[in-house]
Design a protein. Structure first.
Length: 443
C-alpha cells in the first residue's frame, strides 16, 4: 500500500508512511500529517498496536471507526480529507482523524474581506498546510521542505501544483533558496529581499499574503508558494502588477462591480502619483489650462502664501507622510484617533496661517485617500515614493516633464520581470490555459 501511495503523492514531504511490527502482525500506516490529529492516531493505532492488551487484528474488526476500503480509487480522497489508511493482512482500513482548526487559526488582520473566508495563515506550518490542503484537495499539491539560516535554521515549505507549475519558475526558486547564505531569517519580508537579491526595484515583485484563499487560487494558476515557520505570511511568486491590484473581494462580487472597482483603483494610482506634480505644473507654468473662474479661485486662495507652489506641496506631503507613519507605529487603539485629530488640526491651522492654500489641502487629501485604495500594502508603500521624482521634474520642466516621467515609469514597468516572467500585466486571466499548465518531471 505504501508504495502505491508514495507514487500518488510523490513530492509531498508531509505524507507520512509507516510500517510497524509487533511480532504478531505487520501493518502499514499512511496519512497526511497536517490534515490529521496526531493524538488520535497515537491513541487509536500506535499505542494499541504496541501494547497488544487486546489483539490489534480483533480491534480492526470490532471497532466501528475502522472502515474497510475496497476501492483503491478512494485512497486519494480519503487521505486528503484527513483519514488514516491502515493495511493489515492484505485488507485496507480507514480511520477518520481529521484535524479541524477553524477555532485555532487567527483571523485576517491585513487583507480583510466582507464575504470571503475570515481565517488567516498561522505561524505554525502544520496549521497553514492544513488550511491550504483543506481548500485545495488535490494529490498534485506538492510540498518541499528547505532550511534557511545558519543560526535560525528556519524551515521553509515550497508548495505548488506539480501539474500546473511552470518548471522554469520552480527551478529558479529552488536555486535561489539553496544558494542563500545568511545567518538568520525571521520574517516573510526578509525572505522576499533575499530572493530578489541586490536588485533595487521600485515595485514589489513578490506578493506577500496572509489569506489561504488567495494562496489556493495562485496555486491553481501555476504559481509557487513559500511558507515560513514563525510567520503568518506566505510569498506568492511570480507576481504581476495585476496581482497587487486584485483584491480577494473581487472573486466574490458581481462582474461589472468588480470591473468598476478595478478601474477605480487604477484611477486612484494615477491621481496619487500625478496630482501633486500636475498641481505644481499648472499653477507655476500653465495656469491657462484652467477655466478663468477656476484660475482666479486658485490664485485667490494662494494670495496669502508667501512662497512657490512646490514648497507648499512639500510641506503638506511631509505632514501627510508623518501622519501615515504615526498611524502605523502608534498602538492600535489610539492610532486612528491621534492621526485623525492631528490631520484636521494641522490642516486647518496651516491654511489659516497662510502656509498653504485651501486648494492644496484638497489636493493632499485626494492623494492620501487615493493611495489607500490599493488593496496590497506593499504596492501602496511603493506608490507613495513614486510621486516625489515627478514633483522634482515638474519644478523644472512643468507638464512636459511630468509626461516624460510617466513614460519612464511605464517603460520601467514593461521591462520588469518577476522570476523571469513579465511583470506589467494590468489585466489577469481568470483561469489558466492549457499552455500555462506545465509538467514537472519527478526527480
Amino acid at each position: 500500500m505504501n508504495e502505491r501511495i508514495r507514487l500518488m503523492f510523490a513530492e509531498a514531504v508531509d505524507m507520512k508512511l509507516e510500517e510497524l511490527s509487533n511480532g504478531d502482525m505487520t501493518i502499514q500506516v499512511a496519512y497526511l500529517a497536517p490534515m490529521c490529529e496526531e493524538k488520535m492516531i497515537s491513541d487509536y493505532i500506535f499505542i494499541p498496536f504496541a501494547k497488544q492488551e487486546k489483539p490489534f487484528r480483533e480491534l480492526l474488526h470490532t471497532i466501528a471507526e475502522y472502515k474497510v476500503v475496497d476501492d483503491v480509487a478512494k485512497w486519494r480522497s480519503l487521505l486528503l480529507r484527513g483519514n488514516v489508511l491502515i493495511e493489515a493482512d492484505g485488507t485496507v482500513y480507514s480511520l477518520y482523524t481529521a484535524r479541524i482548526i477553524c477555532n485555532e487559526s487567527p483571523q485576517t488582520q491585513v487583507e480583510s474581506a466582507i464575504q470571503g473566508p475570515q481565517l488567516a495563515l498561522s505561524e505554525d506550518l502544520s496549521k497553514s498546510l492544513n488550511l491550504i490542503r483543506s481548500m485545495y484537495q488535490s494529490a498534485d499539491l506538492s510540498v518541499e521542505e528547505h532550511t534557511i539560516g545558519y543560526v535560525s535554521q528556519t524551515p521553509v515549505m515550497v508548495v505548488f501544483d506539480q501539474r500546473r507549475v511552470d518548471p522554469s519558475v520552480l527551478d529558479s526558486v529552488r536555486d535561489k533558496i539553496t544558494t542563500l547564505h545568511v545567518e538568520m531569517v525571521n520574517a516573510a519580508g526578509e525572505l522576499e529581499k533575499l530572493l530578489i537579491g541586490k536588485r533595487k526595484h521600485l515595485f514589489p515583485t513578490v506578493l506577500i499574503t496572509e489569506r489561504p484563499d488567495r494562496i489556493t487560487k495562485a496555486i491553481a494558476k501555476g504559481k509557487v508558494i513559500l511558507l515560513m515557520k514563525s510567520s503568518m505570511f506566505a510569498l506568492i511568486l511570480p507576481a504581476t502588477f495585476f496581482d497587487f491590484m486584485h483584491a480577494v473581494e473581487d472573486n466574490y462580487e458581481a462582474f461589472w462591480m468588480t470591473r468598476f472597482l478595478i478601474f477605480l483603483r487604477y484611477t486612484s494610482i494615477l491621481l496619487t502619483i500625478m496630482l501633486p506634480a500636475l498641481y505644481i505644473s499648472v499653477v507655476s507654468y500653465n495656469p491657462e489650462l484652467f477655466r478663468v473662474q477656476l484660475a482666479f479661485s486658485i490664485a485667490g486662495s494662494r494670495s496669502a502664501v508667501p512662497y512657490p507652489s512646490f514648497i507648499e506641496v512639500f510641506i503638506m506631503l511631509f505632514m501627510i507622510e508623518t501622519l501615515i507613519e504615526a498611524s502605523i507605529r502608534l498602538p492600535r487603539y489610539i492610532g486612528s484617533t491621534a492621526t485623525t485629530v492631528g490631520g484636521l488640526i494641522l490642516g486647518q491651522a496651516a491654511q489659516q496661517a497662510g502656509l498653504v492654500s485651501s486648494i492644496m489641502i484638497i489636493v493632499t487629501s485626494v492623494v492620501a485617500i487615493a493611495n489607500f485604495v490599493v488593496p496590497v500594502s506593499s504596492l501602496s508603500f511603493a506608490i507613495r515614493f513614486l510621486k516625489y521624482p515627478l514633483i522634482v521634474i515638474a519644478i523644472f520642466f512643468g507638464i512636459s516633464g511630468v509626461t516624460v516621467g510617466m513614460f519612464i515609469y511605464m517603460t520601467y514597468l514593461c521591462n520588469l520581470r518577476s522570476f523571469g516572467k513579465p511583470y506589467f500585466r494590468v489585466f489577469g486571466k481568470l483561469q489558466p490555459t492549457e499552455g500555462d499548465i506545465g509538467q514537472v518531471e519527478h526527480k
